[in-house]
Design a protein around this ligand. Structure first.
Ligand SMILES: [Fe+2]
Length: 265
């Protein structure tokens, strides 16, 4: 008898209403087409590009997300602070100071498998918070006996830091994927210890843009050096992410595949 596979669909940073609409419309279809058991989405840019609120998170859960990860903009929607404390399935990076609202990881049971999802944030060209490497190791060691499948969303700017974290956790977690840059990289691979890795899974948001935002604002900011605020682009959305096939007995990756498709809404 063929052994069972457990499949995870991960979708990158959802940007603004266009990104939300695209994910809500496509989630069930993507799940069905890829036979995914579980869906993880990064919702850190979901509300007009900056943060997430309760209503948006509930929309994403209703669309099929099992866990929502975030990043540096998680604190932007003030109304979400108490929600982060109340809802275990929405994460903020675990290496923010202890006592901040919310949870940095969760343990979820999905279709008979126990899965740990851990959210971390980089420190290169980002706020200088606690060490993501040591934080990850402490959490993984603490939960080792509870699950075989560990998925890490490392929300970080620098490729080197992302590759280094994957190398550091190689053999101890199932997957490390990067978010935050909004541009999908093409370097998916399985490391020597069995951990799979993709530097950045890309975004779900307006495509004809500069990282999801209006191009002209980015150009004006570059030319003038004025502190102009990004505005979400109103062009058509594209979805980016990955599908991971896992052996649930060992927690190791069987296959990692990037996905990219135009939104139909
Ligand atoms: Fe970010």
């Amino acid at each position: 008898m063929a052994s069972r596979k457990f499949k995870v669909l991960a979708l990158g940073d959802i940007i603004g209403s266009a990104g939300q609409r695209a994910v809500v419309a496509a989630c069930e279809g993507l799940k069905r087409r890829h036979n995914a058991d579980m869906v993880i989405v990064n919702g850190e840019n979901a509300v007009e590009g900056f943060g997430i609120d309760e209503a948006t998170a509930q929309r994403l859960f209703a669309a099929g997300a099992n866990v929502i990860t975030t990043g540096n903009h998680v604190w932007q929607q003030k109304s979400a602070m108490s929600y982060l404390d109340r809802e275990d399935r929405i994460l903020r990076p675990a290496n923010y100071p202890g006592g901040n609202p919310g949870h940095g990881y969760c343990v979820v049971d999905v279709r008979g498998e126990t899965v740990v999802v851990l959210n971390l944030q980089g420190r290169v060209r980002m706020p200088s918070i606690d060490c993501p490497f040591r934080t990850a190791k402490d959490i993984v060691r603490k939960l080792k006996g509870k699950a075989k499948i560990f998925i890490v969303d490392f929300h970080a700017e620098a490729t080197e830091e992302k590759e280094a974290l994957a190398a550091y956790l190689d053999g101890e977690v199932t997957l490390v994927f990067g978010t935050h840059t909004h541009v999908q990289t093409t370097d998916e691979r399985i490391l020597p210890g069995g951990t799979s890795f993709l530097t950045d899974i890309g975004a779900c948001g307006p495509h004809d843009s500069v990282i999801g935002f209006k191009s002209d604002v980015s150009v004006r900011r570059a030319l003038t050096q004025l502190p102009l605020k990004n505005e979400v682009s109103d062009t058509t959305a594209r979805l980016h992410g990955l599908v991971l096939s896992i052996d649930p007995v060992t927690g190791k990756t069987l296959n990692i595949e990037r996905i990219r498709e135009d939104s139909l809404v």
